[in-house]
Design a protein around this ligand. Structure first.
Ligand code: OOG
Ligand code: NI
Length: 460
């Protein structure tokens, strides 16, 4: 029996091989990321691995896919369920950017620490929102929904194997090979001709609608390696002549701990696609949809920390509205004013999550009863819990920076309330709350500490 985590690791690996074949610039990005990671480890040693072992970080990827209907999303959930990946978080990108990104999203990923350590593969999964009248007229919505209802993204055999893997916790070798082959195939770029007129009509909404609803299949949109120094990576890619988007999304580079997530990407590249014209002629055209993204991860923030993060981002926007220093300079200043610049500071202010463990050689005598004292006096170690999720504004920014046009949005219409409960029903599964997962991991580590030290409880 091949357990789910091995299926997940093999899927991530095979998807990466396939995507490297389809998008050679991805291979360059992976090579440069690996060089950067090697250099950071050589320079900083163990400190470089504070947020994960170099083994995990080198293998770590997230993918992104986009589907059209709740039924398709439900099928995606079965395939990822087979790999031990569960829907976590709800992201509404419709209002997270100035241009139109008519999707809502969740991320499929492992949810417990042991599974994450075995292989942390995650997939940001977006679903089109045709019922939102700000983007789609009733007439276009009807045609789009009927087009989507008539396509089949996943073969029944794939879904059947997925259900079996989820039920049994894995698959025998032969079934595993079949399952992985079919699953990787389902995310390859299809050779089927694209209906040029239909695609062009949807492209005005913006291009995301055409990428999702203009074709009869889905595909992996990007696969993102994790890097230890994203500023260095950005420079090295630019030096190689690769056009990167203007910014690194998320928190700035600064002297304090990395929090949450920083991401950047290179612009979508033109890829040859077969197109069918209204008169039936088939010719080779090109589409720009798929891009390469890279990310650096930091410590997960508590709800208080996250609220602080959101306030700081708004403060950066506010100060940027006035002329003066660059956004990067403003961001550093705002960060230095608004966030403790040490892990200890983040911990004591209850802004970030940590995993606690009894030290290998604790001092003697009666242990103190606060986490701060336990850590300060060498009883206990505190290791940051890595942020495993995404950021709506960064995600919308990544979508947006890769769209050639702003698209259209009729702001006179009210948006349709697609919310987390709606999504859970569509997926047919609970959507996990990211904060609850981090809090549970931290709480379990504290319980293990108090049990081992034989003390009833501790406070912060
Ligand atoms: C997803 C964009 C969001 C991220 O890392 O924030 C994303 C997409 O382009 O489909 O992948
Ligand atoms: Ni991404």
């Amino acid at each position: 029996m091949i357990p789910q985590w091995r299926l997940r690791a093999r899927f991530a690996q095979e998807l990466s091989t396939m995507y490297g074949r389809e998008v050679p610039a991805y291979t360059t990005l992976v090579e440069v990321s690996e060089q950067v990671n090697r250099d950071v480890v050589a320079r900083d040693g163990d400190a470089a691995q504070r947020l994960g072992s170099i083994g995990r970080i080198t293998a770590e990827r997230h993918g992104a896919i986009r589907v059209g209907t709740p039924t398709e999303l439900g099928q995606v959930a079965r395939i990822f369920g087979a790999l031990g990946m569960h829907p976590v978080g709800f992201y509404d990108l419709r209002d997270a950017a100035s241009s139109s990104v008519p999707v809502i999203s969740t991320a499929f990923r492992p949810i417990d620490a042991a599974e994450l350590a075995l292989n942390p593969f995650r997939v940001f999964t977006s679903m089109l929102t045709p019922a939102d009248p700000r983007f789609f007229t009733p007439e276009l919505r009807a045609r789009l929904e009927s087009f989507l209802a008539g396509r089949q993204l996943f073969r029944p055999e794939l879904l059947e194997l997925a259900d079996r893997a989820e039920r049994d916790g894995g698959l025998g070798e032969r079934d595993a090979e079949n399952f992985l082959r079919l699953a990787v195939q389902a995310f390859e770029l299809s050779a089927e001709p694209v209906d040029r007129a239909w695609y062009a009509e949807l492209e005005k909404i913006p291009a995301v609608a055409a990428d999702i609803g203009g074709v009869r299949s889905t595909h992996i949109n990007h696969l993102t390696p994790r890097v230890l120094d994203i500023d260095d990576l950005y420079r090295r890619m630019t030096d190689r002549g690769i056009a990167m988007i203007d910014n690194i999304q998320g928190p700035p580079r600064w002297r304090g701990p990395d929090v949450l997530l920083r991401q950047t990407s290179f612009r979508a590249l033109a890829e040859a696609r077969t197109m069918r014209d209204p008169d039936g002629t088939v010719a080779t055209g090109s589409l720009r949809v798929r891009f390469g993204e890279v990310e650096a991860r930091g410590v997960a923030l508590t709800p208080t920390g996250r609220a602080r993060y959101d306030t700081l981002l708004s403060e950066i926007d506010r100060r940027c509205a006035a002329a003066g220093p660059s956004r990067a300079e403003i961001a550093v200043a705002v960060w230095e004013e608004g966030l403790p610049d040490t892990e200890r500071g983040l911990r004591e202010a209850g802004l970030a999550y940590f995993s606690f463990a009894v030290s290998p050689a604790p001092p003697g005598g009666p242990p103190p009863r606060t986490l701060t004292e336990l850590v300060d006096q060498g009883w206990v170690t505190a290791t940051p819990i890595v942020y495993e999720d995404f950021l709506p504004r960064s995600a919308a920014g990544i979508f947006q920076s890769n769209l050639s046009a702003e698209g259209t949005r009729d702001t006179s219409q009210a948006g349709v309330a697609y919310d987390q409960d709606w999504l859970a029903t569509a997926v047919g599964r609970d959507i996990h709350d990211p904060f609850a997962l981090y809090a549970a991991e931290q709480a379990a580590s504290i319980t293990a500490v108090t049990t081992k030290l034989g003390i009833p409880e501790v406070t912060r």
